[in-house]
Design a protein around this ligand. Structure first.
Ligand code: M6R
Length: 609
């Protein structure tokens, strides 16, 4: 989704901002723009210089004139919401006098009402965006300081925003504000940065301050201060970002997706590190804020997430039911928040999100908190909105995930759920022996992941074999079903091949009608108590001349091809069975020449409704 980057200091700002925008490209966008404060004598008004372009950041870069000098500026990558992708609709937006420039993430809900009012007052709009409304409100504000002007304008606005503002008459500062859309300040030596994502900052500073909703900040070259939208001062203590700038680079791979798939053994090692307690055959999850007595009182667990995180939550729910014997289920947060759910005091809610910023998940968490529920977060990005909104939780420690298509975060999130399930299980009825069995299984995962990844050439060959399919079916039973759903999502989002996922048990209730040679099936066939049932489903498909690619623990006779994966404990098998299908989706998309890291129409974090 949209990205913001800003800088104030002594360095030439345009190259810095363009580099920052490049680091935000992964979030998905359709146009970009930059505005800088031109050179001016101290205390005298500066001039704002702006360039915008539909398309990629490199298109913007090619339009930036040679003489574009300045040391303060803000820039943006836009994901269209109000108005099509175009030069005019790209941010920043300026007022008629070119004094105020605004970049904005989020959606202003009452934009059309405000636009009508401003138009009646004689304002001429140059774009179709909601953001331009905010620009004119700031420009027309009567207050004396930029901070007060922004505050005055925001008072009229309903909706979400992460916003950064430059004003030619106040050229020693950038004013920023947050409500529902991330804003992170980067604290440097006599220079300050701002961005919507730490990825744009870490090359320059790892000292950051994440604004809360309802918070604003003024950045000057050698100073910053934070305060609420009501004007009261807040305390902001910088924290250190865990990841080096290199973690955001491609590290010798051709795509981030390939890099991130390849990192999974290390990533899983990281989520396990320091958490296993062999003495009691359990794990410690420091941030849960849920003591043993409270954990015993939990009667039900409801997991909420979107997309891949929702699928990870489905596996998580099964793990919790199996290991802790607590009824658990997962639901898309995007549905949950709209159905006026019954919020039960004995239910523990778990919000799961890689970015920690997905709007539907955040809104579900806020609604739950408002109704008094206890919410845990299972999140990758440290300090993100969902992590901060939750009562406690655990980080999944996958490291930065740049590719829009989630891979290593899925795996690490499922492992984090296994840890949560084991922890809850050992507080309740899971035996020491079973606890030890699961711990041994968890410890085997990194090596087994490396084994799967070592089979990449074979998976690539199989991907080429199936790349002609117009449509594919993915099936699995119980533990295999969420694996099938996630694998089908991976294939469709990165290759654009239509893919359906069904419980294998449901085949004969309808989808079997689709089976024919041109509709191959990927079957998840773990070596567990349902093996024979899965074989029967494959038999039904073969009888209709369907092609089958099985992911299994042993070669399946009924399948045309089998990707054999190492066996772990039954409960942990889903963690491994999806990994070859990430590579399968990747190589299918590669063979088809797709834009792997930035699939069409998708964004990395969906911070709007
Ligand atoms: O950051 P989140 O985990 O909350 O994101 C949720 C989904 O938008 C995300 O998983 C999406 O489905 C990915 N494109 C999947 O690869």
């Amino acid at each position: 989704m949209c990205g913001i980057v800003g800088y104030i200091g002594k360095r030439d700002v345009a190259p810095l901002l363009l580099e920052g925008l490049q680091r935000l490209e992964y979030r998905g966008y359709d146009s970009a723009g930059i505005v800088i404060t031109g050179k001016a004598a101290a205390g005298r008004p500066g001039t704002l210089k702006m360039v915008k372009a539909k398309g990629r950041v490199r298109e913007l870069e090619s339009r930036v004139p040679k003489r574009f000098a300045g040391t303060t500026g803000i820039a943006h990558t836009r994901w269209a919401t109000h108005g099509a992708p175009s030069d005019e609709n790209a941010h920043p937006h300026m007022d008629a006098e070119n004094k105020v420039a605004v970049v904005h993430n989020g959606i202003i809900d009452n934009a059309s009402e405000l636009r009508t009012r401003l138009t009646a007052d004689g304002v001429v709009f140059l774009s179709e965006t909601d953001t331009e409304v905010l620009t004119h409100l700031i420009a027309r504000a009567q207050a004396d300081t930029l901070e007060e002007k922004v505050r005055e304008a925001l008072r009229h606005v309903e909706g979400t925003y992460g916003v950064a503002v430059l004003h030619a008459d106040f050229n020693d500062r950038i004013v920023v504000a947050r409500n529902g859309s991330p804003v992170v300040l980067g604290i440097g030596e006599k220079e300050m940065f701002v961005a919507s994502d730490v990825a744009a900052l870490v090359a320059h500073t790892r000292q950051v301050v994440t604004l809360d909703d309802g918070e604003m900040a003024t950045l000057k070259a050698d100073d910053f201060r934070t305060y609420t939208t009501e004007g009261s001062t807040t305390t902001a203590t910088p924290t250190t970002v865990e990841w080096e700038a290199e973690s955001y680079d491609m590290g010798g791979h051709d795509t981030y997706m390939h890099k991130e798939i390849s990192e999974q053994a290390d990533a899983v090692d990281r989520v396990l590190r320091g958490r296993i307690d062999d003495r009691f055959s359990t794990v410690h999850l420091g941030g849960l804020n849920l003591d043993a007595r409270e954990a015993r009182g939990v009667r039900r667990i409801k997991i909420l997430g979107c997309g891949t995180s929702y699928h990870a939550g489905q596996i998580g729910a099964q793990l919790i039911e199996e290991l802790a014997r607590i009824p658990a289920d997962a639901e898309p947060a995007s549905e949950f928040r709209y159905r006026n759910p019954v919020v039960d005091p004995d239910t523990l809610y778990v919000a799961v999100s890689q970015s920690g910023e997905t709007y539907d998940v955040l809104a579900a968490v806020q609604e739950l908190k408002r109704k008094g529920a206890r919410v845990l977060g299972v999140v990758n990005v440290v300090g993100s909105a969902i992590a901060r909104e939750a009562d406690g939780g655990t980080y999944v420690h996958a490291g930065p995930e740049v590719c829009v298509v989630s891979t290593k975060c899925f795996t690490n999130t499922v492992v984090a759920f296994a840890l949560l399930a084991l922890h809850l299980g050992r507080i309740r009825d899971l035996s020491v022996a079973d606890g030890k069995r699961i711990i041994d299984g968890l410890r085997r995962l990194p090596e087994q992941i490396s084994e799967i990844l070592a089979n990449e050439d074979e998976i690539k060959r199989l991907a080429a074999e199936y790349a002609d399919a117009k449509s594919m079916m993915f099936i699995g039973r119980v533990r295999g079903y969420p694996v099938a759903r996630e694998a089908s999502l991976k294939l469709k989002e990165v290759s654009y091949i239509h893919a359906e996922a069904y419980p294998a048990s449901e085949l004969k209730h309808g989808p079997l009608a689709l089976i024919e040679p041109a509709m191959p099936t990927v079957a998840i066939v773990p070596d567990d108590d349902l093996l024979e049932k899965n074989r029967a489903a494959m038999e039904e498909i073969k009888a209709r001349s369907g092609r089958i690619l099985a992911v299994a623990h042993q070669v399946q006779e009924k399948a045309d091809h089998t990707i054999v994966v190492p066996k772990n404990e039954n409960e942990l098998d889903p963690i491994l069975m999806g990994i070859p299908l990430q590579l399968f989706a990747y190589h299918t998309a590669l063979a088809m020449g797709r834009d792997i890291d930035k699939p069409r129409n998708l964004a990395k974090s969906v911070t709007v409704e």
